[in-house]
Each structure stands twice: as C-alpha cells, then as structure tokens.
Design a protein around this ligand. Structure first.
Ligand SMILES: Nc1ncnc2c1ncn2[C@@H]1O[C@H](COP(=O)(O)OP(=O)(O)OP(=O)(O)O)[C@@H](O)[C@H]1O
Ligand SMILES: [Mg+2]
Length: 305
C-alpha cells in the first residue's frame, strides 16, 4: 500500500511556479528521499503533503486519507519536522514533548514514559527542565524532532533535518530516523545532501525547478551516469593530450601530474592507453578508474533537465 500518495501537485506563487506536476508514491516501510537544490520546490511539496499549504491542483493521500477532505485524520497519522522548527521557546524541553503528546490524545503514563525515552535517545536528558529559549539551534532541532515522534507516527516528514547541525547532532538525528523506521514509520526526508540520502534512503526523487526529473535508488541514479567515468593515468615522461585521444577516448585533460581520460568503455580505453604507451616507449606509472560520485550524477541530472 502507498502510505504517501501525491498526484499531479501544482503550486504557484504569483509568477513563480514552485511545484509543477509532482507525483510520488511512498510505500510502507520506506525511507524516501526528496532531493533538490535550494529553491527546487522541496519545502513547498512537503507543505502540501502535510496539509499546511493548499495545492492549486492535485491530490494527496496519507495512509489512504485525503488530506484536503479529512485534514485532521490525515494529520493524526503524521509527525512533521518542518524546515524551521516550531517549538515553544517558553516551555521546558520536557514540557514541549508532554504538551505535544497530550494534543495527540496520549494518556498521562504513556506521555511521561515516551518523553523520558525520547529525551534520552536525543541526548537531552540533562537539559529536560531548561527552557527551550536557552537552547542552541541543534538542541532546538532535536526538540522539534522529539515532538514529531512522540506519538509514534506511521508517517514521518522531515524537511532538511540535519542542515546546520554538528556531527554529533547530525548522527543523533540520523539514528533517530533509522530507529523510527525500524519501529514501523514510513519516512519522507528532504535534503540537498547526497551522501545523507545515499546512507538513509531506499529510493529518492530528484526535484529540479518544481519538476521531478528522476526517481530511483541512489545506486541506480549513480549508475545511470556510469558513462561519465574516467581513467587517471600517469607516465614517466610528459605527453601530449592529443596522443591519448583515440577510439572511444573522447577527451584527455591534465590533472596535476596525471591525465584524466574520458571514455564510455573503460576496458577498451585501458587497452588503448597500454598500446599508446608501448608505441611511444612510455612507462605507465599509475592507472586508476573512477565511477562518478552521486554528486556528479546529481549535477549532470540537473544540468540536463
Ligand atoms: N510563500 C511563498 N511566497 C512566494 N514564493 C515562494 C513561497 N514559498 C516558496 N516560494 C518560491 O517557490 C520556490 C520553491 O521554494 P521551496 O521553499 O519549496 O524550495 P526548497 O527546495 O525547499 O529550497 P531550500 O533548499 O532552499 O529549502 C522558490 O522559488 C521560492 O522562492
Ligand atoms: Mg526548503
């Protein structure tokens, strides 16, 4: 079953089309990534998925519930960590969590147990009685996450939850996302950090200028761009780049004391380089192949679109 289902979402702000015909389906148990550069339309999409913003067109169903028709019921299924956290600065860390739990109708005992567990999980136990206004950005973000997960929501939306966090806070957030997923939550997370998406997500959609330009596993997205691989080779003497451009080797660029040669057929290119070396009495000092990083794939995808 699709836990998150969005069809043909559109949203414009005056002349700006922020989201242009976005559809996505997230299956039960997935951690789904929504990847895009600044201004791509990630937050606008998440706001429509979570019923904060009414779309100009399209439908959203959360656990089968239409968000426009039954917003309250749909919202009971979700936990939301918005781009700019919404915690009460004048309440303590613990009171923020207890209050949110109350809003979700949890009984007193479960509220208290859950708050204790989550404060420990997010490394905030020792600060539980401090007002949130005295907290750093990373600590506030963790409270925002604590409030979003207190009712063990079947669906969790996180809008760039690790942006601006240090290594430790980032790790706590990522571990919490994984934990929630293991406990049964389906997760949709936006990020512009490719390595984060790679480490967490089973599938990602790449959004660019309001449109989805690709949906696949991070590994398959990387593989789509295998042809952009290169071979780095160095010789014992200096050579002309033109000597290396032959057959399937389309170009050669100097890189420090090495040459980077680009080819869509690595096997052929290595054999050709060996022949060139033999014919010119050159000694190959090093040779290394490189598959493109996810980052390269992402840049190529958005440049092509
Ligand atoms: N309330 C608004 N009023 C006017 N324009 C808006 C509004 N919200 C978003 N936009 C525009 O919609 C586009 C998409 O913005 P959005 O916030 O969805 O991007 P994003 O992918 O979340 O970017 P970022 O990575 O910077 O958070 C941008 O051009 C933005 O200026
Ligand atoms: Mg955003």
């Amino acid at each position: 079953m699709d836990i998150i289902e969005a069809r043909n979402l559109k949203k414009s702000f005056g002349p700006v089309t922020a989201v242009d015909d976005v559809s996505l389906c997230v299956k039960k148990g997935e951690i789904f990534g929504f990847l895009g550069q600044n201004g791509a339309g990630k937050t606008t999409t998440i706001r429509m998925l979570t019923g904060v913003l009414i779309p100009d067109a399209g439908i959203v169903r959360i656990c089968g519930v239409d968000i426009l028709r039954d917003p309250l019921e749909a919202k009971m299924h979700m936990g939301i960590i918005p781009e700019n956290g919404t915690v009460y600065a004048d309440l303590t860390a613990e009171k923020n969590i207890l209050w949110t739990a109350k809003c979700y109708g949890m009984d007193r005992r479960s509220r208290e147990e859950k708050a204790k567990e989550i404060l420990a999980r997010l490394g905030l136990e020792s600060r539980k009685d401090d007002l949130v206004r005295t907290f750093s950005k990373g600590m506030r973000q963790r409270i925002s996450i604590a409030c979003a997960i207190v009712h063990s929501p079947p669906v969790l939306f996180l809008d760039e939850p690790t942006t601006g966090l240090d290594v430790l806070s980032r790790r706590l957030v990522i571990d919490t996302v994984r934990h929630m997923n293991r406990e049964g939550s389906t997760v949709l997370i936006t990020t512009h950090n490719l390595e984060e998406a790679n480490a967490l997500c089973s599938r990602v959609s790449v959004i660019h200028r309001g449109k989805i330009i690709g949906t696949d596993s991070p590994e398959k997205i990387r593989k789509q761009f295998d042809t952009a691989g290169y071979i780095e080779v160095s010789f014992d003497r200096s050579v002309q780049g033109s000597m290396l451009v032959t057959g399937s080797i389309s170009r050669a660029e100097p890189h420090g004391d090495k040459w980077r040669v680009y080819s869509d057929d690595t096997d052929w290119a290595i054999k050709a380089l060996t022949r060139v070396a033999e014919q010119n009495n050159l000694k190959i000092l090093s040779v290394a192949t490189s598959t493109p990083s996810l980052e390269q794939a992402f840049i190529e995808m958005t440049e092509e679109a």
